[in-house]
Write a protein that binds this ligand. Structure first.
Ligand SMILES: NC(=O)c1ccc[n+]([C@@H]2O[C@H](COP(=O)([O-])OP(=O)(O)OC[C@H]3O[C@@H](n4cnc5c(N)ncnc54)[C@H](O)[C@@H]3O)[C@@H](O)[C@H]2O)c1
Length: 217
């Protein structure tokens, strides 16, 4: 029976799923590098999220290891060349956080538009300064999306539902993808920045939402 080390905290439902699938599960999140190094030697599979670094040093003696699964989008915390040298397959779950990330983007955009953070602090100080924190409506404003991949597209769909205009920059995406979504594909990043009230970036290695501040509290 293949043995799998869960090296980061995973929900009980996921652990049960693996057990029910007939795997021998070693659930040891939070191991220090020395113990992790020992633990990976004794398993065929390792599952990580983002709390564990599977470096070349950690993988050095892992001769039984066949597969590493990153329960998340990127594989930045796995030394891919080291894993490949050992013939270990590295997998991820690319779509897992798409909706959550798109929704979180809107949490940030709405919080910026309605000054939720500063208004909360002000109210905790016992003030009731409604006018100062009114902010702006999203409807009719323009959202610039840099990177029209899985997350960018989910953000675009939500922006359209809010009545926003959407302009995107993604040099690697086909025009018909943008057309199908009902968004404009700009030729350059500069074109996006020129017309956008909000810009949200969803390219590898960079996730951020910024806006022109609606007011200066
Ligand atoms: N922080 C988080 O919680 C979290 C969660 C999920 C994803 N992410 C990260 O968000 C990023 C995007 O995720 P995704 O699932 O949408 O990926 P994806 O691969 O589906 O989309 C990325 C898009 O970026 C485009 N792109 C690449 N370089 C670009 C550039 N220079 N200019 C404009 N566009 C460019 C690609 O063509 C692609 O369409 C990934 O790097 C991922 O690691 C972070």
């Amino acid at each position: 029976m293949p043995k799998v080390l869960i090296a980061d905290k995973l929900p009980d439902s996921t652990v049960n799923m693996l057990v029910e699938a007939g795997l021998e599960v070693v659930n040891r999140p939070g191991l220090k590098p020395h113990d992790l190094k020992q633990a990976v030697r004794d398993v065929e599979g390792v599952i990580v999220r983002s709390g564990v670094q599977l470096t070349a040093d950690i993988l050095a003696g892992a001769d039984r290891l066949r597969a590493i699964c990153r329960a998340g989008v990127g594989v930045d915390n796995v030394d891919l060349p080291a894993a490949t040298r050992k013939g270990v397959v590295v997998m991820n779950t690319p779509g897992a956080n798409t909706i959550s990330t798109a929704e979180h983007t809107f949490a940030l955009i709405l919080a910026l538009s309605r000054n939720v953070g500063p208004a909360y602090i002000s109210m905790r100080e016992g003030k009731w300064d409604r006018k100062r924190f009114v902010g702006v409506e999203l409807a009719g404003t323009t959202l610039g999306i840099v990177g029209l991949g899985r997350i960018g597209q989910a953000v675009a769909a939500r922006a359209l539902a809010f009545g926003m205009k959407v302009i995107c920059h993604d040099p690697f995406i086909a025009r018909d993808v943008a057309a199908r979504l009902g968004v404009r594909l700009a030729d350059s990043l500069e074109d996006v920045l020129k017309v956008s009230d909000y810009v949200t970036v969803h390219v590898p290695g960079f996730i951020i939402a910024i806006s022109r501040s609606p007011i200066s509290p």
